[in-house]
Ligand binder design. Structure first.
Ligand SMILES: C[S@@+](CC[C@H](N)C(=O)[O-])C[C@H]1O[C@@H](n2cnc3c(N)ncnc32)[C@H](O)[C@@H]1O
Length: 291
């Protein structure tokens, strides 16, 4: 496990992923019934954009820094909530912090103390787990040094009978990882078919993504939605052309909200050397299976 999220924290993929996470949490919270959230690949929880790693890649410039420059007055509600969250994290910690997914889960729970939401995060790598535990131990989220491949199926179905399993793996071996993750989702779905599952995936090798979709369609999982935002066309060789989120059993109308969010974000996150991409051509929210 060589992956270190500190190099990528706050990049365009993180921004899109965390805003869609906020949207999912908000929608799950609308029913006023307790629910469970598991962030199965937690990372460190908080990142400094002035760290050596962040400065080396400069990726946050095309993500959170770009969005902070944009006019968000007419943004969808989840984008506004996310911007408020960033402001609060910066006020609480410092002006260079970028909060990771477990922080967003804990933040949702803190904001809705009466809602009975139970949050947990797993992190398998010892150094990242230590950082996560140290940084978020005062927040309302349970933190475990645990492998998602063993842990997810062990903790579901949750006693709340509703909830979200959020998966944000590092994809160190893309082809193999896609297959292993589909198998993991299928095992989890078989144990808890009513759960909502959101899996982040990179869009860089279109062949790998198409194969991933093909294999997903062959599974028994009903209601599979994919949300994609590209910052480079598929045929340009860069580290990451786009960001994807697969959502199994999304809440009602999540597809419409996600479409609106991605179309809003696209102009703010677009890169200067891919000027032809538009909200229409660079974003896509569609059902792979069912609806
Ligand atoms: C992309 S990062 C997570 C970033 C985080 N979700 C966020 O948005 O802030 C992936 C993390 O998963 C951890 N990891 C890798 N394999 C894992 C596994 N099998 N189970 C749990 N965590 C794992 C890595 O150490 C890394 O910190």
């Amino acid at each position: 496990m060589n992956y270190k999220h500190a190099y990528h924290a706050g990049n365009f993929a993180d921004v899109v992923k965390h805003i869609l996470l906020v949207q999912l949490l908000n929608q799950l919270g609308q029913k006023n019934k307790p629910f469970y959230v598991l962030d199965a690949y937690g990372g460190r929880g908080l990142y400094s954009l002035s760290s050596e790693e962040a400065r080396k890649t400069g990726e946050a410039k095309g993500g959170i820094q770009a969005l902070l420059q944009a006019d968000t007055e007419k943004a969808p509600a989840a984008v506004k909530d996310y911007m408020e969250g960033i402001k609060q994290a910066r006020f609480t910690y410092d002006n260079k912090v970028y909060p990771g997914s477990p922080w967003w889960v804990a933040h949702h729970i803190e904001k809705n103390p009466e809602a009975g939401v139970r949050g947990e995060a797993f992190e398998a790598k010892a150094t990242e787990y230590d950082a996560l535990n140290y940084q978020l131990h005062k927040l309302p989220i349970g933190i475990q040094h645990r492998d998602a491949f063993e842990g997810i199926t062990a903790v579901i179905p949750p006693k709340e009978k509703r909830g979200l399993i959020f998966l944000d793996p590092p994809y160190e071996q893309e082809h193999k990882d896609f297959t292993r993750l589909i198998n993991l989702l299928v095992s989890a779905y078989n144990k808890w078919p009513q759960g909502t599952y959101a899996l982040w995936f990179p869009i860089k090798n279109m062949e790998a993504v198409e194969l991933f979709y093909k294999k997903l369609k062959r599974t028994e999982m009903r209601r599979q939605l994919v949300c994609e935002l590209n910052i480079y066309p598929n045929d340009v060789a860069v580290g990451l052309n786009g960001t994807g989120l697969l959502v199994i059993n999304p809440p009602w109308q999540f597809d419409n909200h996600a479409r609106e969010i991605l179309r809003f974000l696209q102009p703010a996150l677009k890169v200067a050397d891919a000027p032809d991409l538009t909200p229409d051509s660079a974003t896509n929210v569609r059902w792979l299976v069912g609806e």
